[in-house]
Design a binder for this molecule. Structure first.
Ligand code: FAD
Length: 382
């Protein structure tokens, strides 16, 4: 045990930095290690934008989690004096009734949260670029929006360090030293240095299964494709103040208004092919994905379909079988904790997840009910 390092956090993505922020906020010594810089282009948190939404179909548990995360994001906006979360609303294109969007509407209504079902006419009036013949209605919630992802990581990292946290970038953990008797005894880095702390949090994103290979976490990593597209016409009306985050999640597609160099982004939330971020692994989206995006636009936002300027990108999901996270202690290691398996939808919850992990590490009883995120759920289902 080495009090000077305090809690050792492995991973400087949005989960690791929010946990470090809350641990430091609660006066706990904390040392964060990352194999790259914080933020970095390889991490899932290292992109420009991530969507914030309250809508989760009939799954009120996640809607409730997003409601709990919202004031924490607004707290960051205030503390960092910058709009990291921009609530420009979320428009979901319902292609059928009695489906996912209807369920989301019912849950938000039930929870007395602002949400509207826009008729085709209303969609046409507000978002004339949408082909309303292809939809049943538009589901709009104003609390939804976009989070500047890399900026969020940088902000939480800076604030955590202001509160006393120590960050060590370019420090790759290559081994976790542990045994049944004493739990985690330390982590060894690529230089052979052993870092000892009084507790350990592993938030290594898609690298977590490898980092914790002795614990055999049931996480599968997939390659996820995104496309940055410059609207061929009427660019102004795709600005965030005129055009919200958009989605047709049952079809997989979602996207963001103009945000970087005059480009907007579209992506597919459905699981991609297996594959890990490795040096030299292709970072371009395949032509087939460009074709899929064109087809999506041609049907739902036709004037975007003939884009000529575009750039593909690849990122990675750390998937669990049920798409629920893993937020738990490690088996036979009472001083070891893991936060992983975010299955492509963890960013919006990160301040709440970070706070929860800090509470768990400090022996408190987290506000969040963690039953759904326990590791043992996989063993009982095996
Ligand atoms: C294409 C895409 C789109 C997404 N869209 C959304 C969205 O719209 N809304 C949403 O809520 N979520 C979204 N997500 C999910 C979200 O981005 C992730 O759940 C979140 O970023 C995970 O953060 P993390 O901190 O767990 O992992 P990461 O951000 O990947 O960070 C892990 C860090 O751990 C470090 N690390 C790993 N192993 C080691 C080691 N051995 N030694 C030292 N350091 C190590 C890595 O270098 C990395 O910096 C999306 C994800 C992707 C890929």
């Amino acid at each position: 045990m080495n009090d000077s390092n305090g809690v050792i956090v492995v991973g400087g993505g949005i989960v690791g930095v929010t946990a470090a922020y809350w641990l430091a906020q609660k006066g706990r010594a904390v040392t964060l290690l990352d194999q790259f810089d914080v933020p970095n282009q390889w991490q899932a948190s290292g992109d420009h934008l991530r969507a914030f939404r309250l809508t989760y179909g009939k799954d009120a548990f996640y809607t409730d989690m997003a409601v709990k995360a919202l004031p924490l994001w607004l707290g960051l906006n205030a503390e960092w004096e910058d709009k990291i979360l921009v609530q420009n609303g979320m428009l979901e294109l319902a292609t059928k009734t009695k489906g996912y969007e209807d369920q989301s509407y019912d849950v938000l209504k039930e929870m007395k949260l602002p949400v509207v079902k826009m008729s085709k006419d209303e969609v046409r009036r507000n978002y004339p670029m949408v082909n309303t013949r292809a939809i049943k209605y538009g589901l709009f919630h104003k609390d939804g929006g976009m989070i500047w992802a890399q900026r969020a990581v940088a902000a939480y990292a800076a604030l955590a360090q202001r509160k006393g946290a120590k960050f060590r970038a370019q420090t790759r953990v290559t081994a976790v030293l542990h045994d049944k008797k004493s739990g985690i005894k330390g982590v060894k880095d690529a230089t052979g240095k052993v870092w000892r702390g009084d507790a350990y949090l592993f938030a290594g994103g898609v690298w977590t299964p490898e980092l914790l290979k002795d614990f055999r976490l049931p996480i599968k990593v997939t390659r996820q494709f995104q496309l940055y597209v410059r609207p061929p016409a009427n660019r102004g009306r795709y600005r965030p103040e005129h055009f919200p985050v958009f989605a047709a999640l049952p079809l997989g597609f979602y996207g963001f208004p103009l945000h970087i160099h005059g480009f907007l982004k579209v992506a597919d939330h459905r699981k991609g092919p297996a594959g890990k971020p490795e040096p030299g692994s292709p970072r371009e989206a395949p032509p087939a994905f460009e074709k899929k995006c064109r087809a999506f636009f041609r049907r739902y936002i036709p004037e975007l379909a003939d884009f000529t300027e575009f750039e593909g990108a690849v990122c990675h999901y750390d998937n669990t079988k049920d798409d629920d996270f893993i937020l738990d202690r490690l088996p036979d290691a009472p001083n070891g904790f893991v936060a992983a398996g975010f299955s492509g939808h963890g960013f919006k919850f990160a301040p709440l997840v970070g706070k929860t992990m800090a509470e768990m590490i400090m022996g408190g009883k987290p506000d969040l009910n963690l039953h759904r995120f326990r590791l043992s759920r996989f063993r009982s289902r095996a």
